[in-house]
Design a protein around this ligand. Structure first.
Ligand code: GDP
Length: 298
């Protein structure tokens, strides 16, 4: 997995190489520290975490002096920034054998439906039975796309009539999931931001209606890593309506902005649990702080 992460983060490891290059200079003068800050901010880590990291690096390299291994210090401090202590496990099981309910939210185009398909793939590989719910009833293409994923990974998809009530599709899916004794129901939702209030009301309702039957065990917010600060603003809007329990950062393969991992965890106080590394069914990986930093520094 680490090898794949390395290959896919080809853009991001420019950050690691740049940092290592600057830190290995003979003299770490103010210009060098400024260049380091610019690199970090350019990678979307965010201003606060950048300043924190630079302060830690300066302090440690000063105290440890010539004996310091700049690469090892950078690795340790980056891992600490990404926070290896956060619980990144996916809650996909319900209590007492009931299905786990995973609600997946995010703006259209971020990779939500693709992610639902990939999650189903991971669960199926884990020998769990899965049911998908196409609760984006607004776009016929969305339900169609989810059905294609269902066929691809071999799981059933519950759909409703076009223009129907998304909450009722989600409700039906969970009822079917309970009746059929499936392990996990994964609910894909709408994400058209043109009508923000309408969308947020709809998502809130989907969650409330789901919880009439079973607790929602995981609410995953899908964010496109290439959208930078814009994505963070969107993330906050969603987090205000549904209690997000984990973040899926997609398109990390096409982004030189891996630092968004740090920024979004800080903003929402919620861990990145999965990362999207491509368009294929197997291109979703559990997020691991140390593996991620090693890929950056490779
Ligand atoms: P939705 O509108 O949020 O449901 O987004 P889709 O699932 O339809 O994805 C939008 C586009 O992003 C599609 O072309 C996907 O193949 C692509 N995509 C999704 N996840 C990833 C990823 O991790 N990496 C790359 N490179 N593309 C992705």
């Amino acid at each position: 997995r680490l090898v794949r992460l390395r290959q896919r983060l080809a853009g991001s490891n420019a950050l690691g190489r740049g940092l290592l290059g600057l830190l290995s200079r003979d003299k770490l003068d103010e210009d060098t520290w400024e260049a380091i800050e610019d690199l970090l901010i350019g990678a979307d880590i965010g201003v606060g975490p950048t300043q924190e990291l630079v302060e830690r690096l300066r302090e440690r390299l000063r105290v440890e002096g010539g004996a310091a291994d700049a690469r090892a210090v950078l690795r340790e401090e980056l891992i600490a920034l990404v926070d290896p202590t956060m619980d990144r496990s996916l809650q996909v099981s319900g209590a007492d054998g009931a299905p786990g309910v995973v609600l997946v939210v995010g703006v259209n185009g971020t990779g939500k439906t693709t992610t639902v398909g990939k999650i189903a793939r991971i669960l199926v590989a884990d020998e769990r039975s899965v049911l998908l719910a196409a609760a984006d009833t607004f776009r016929a293409a969305a339900a169609e796309q989810l059905s294609t994923w269902g066929e691809r990974v071999g799981v059933e998809v519950v759909r409703g009539p076009e223009g129907g009530d998304p909450a009722s599709v989600a409700f039906d899916a969970v009822r079917t999931g309970i009746e059929d004794g499936v392990d996990t129901v994964v609910v894909d939702t709408a994400g058209r931001l043109q009508n923000k209030q309408g969308l947020m009301d709809e998502l809130g309702k989907v969650k409330r209606v789901l919880e009439k039957q079973l607790p929602v065990t995981e609410v995953l917010l899908v964010l496109d890593a290439t959208t930078g600060q814009n994505g963070l603003i969107q993330a906050k809007v969603f987090a205000e309506v549904v209690d997000v329990t984990g973040i899926v950062l997609t398109k990390l393969d096409g982004s030189a902005k891996g630092g968004i991992v740090v920024a979004v965890q800080r903003q929402l106080g919620v861990p990145v649990k999965l990362v999207g590394l491509g368009e294929g069914p197997d291109d979703l990986a559990p997020f691991d702080a140390a593996a991620f930093v090693d890929a950056l520094l490779s």
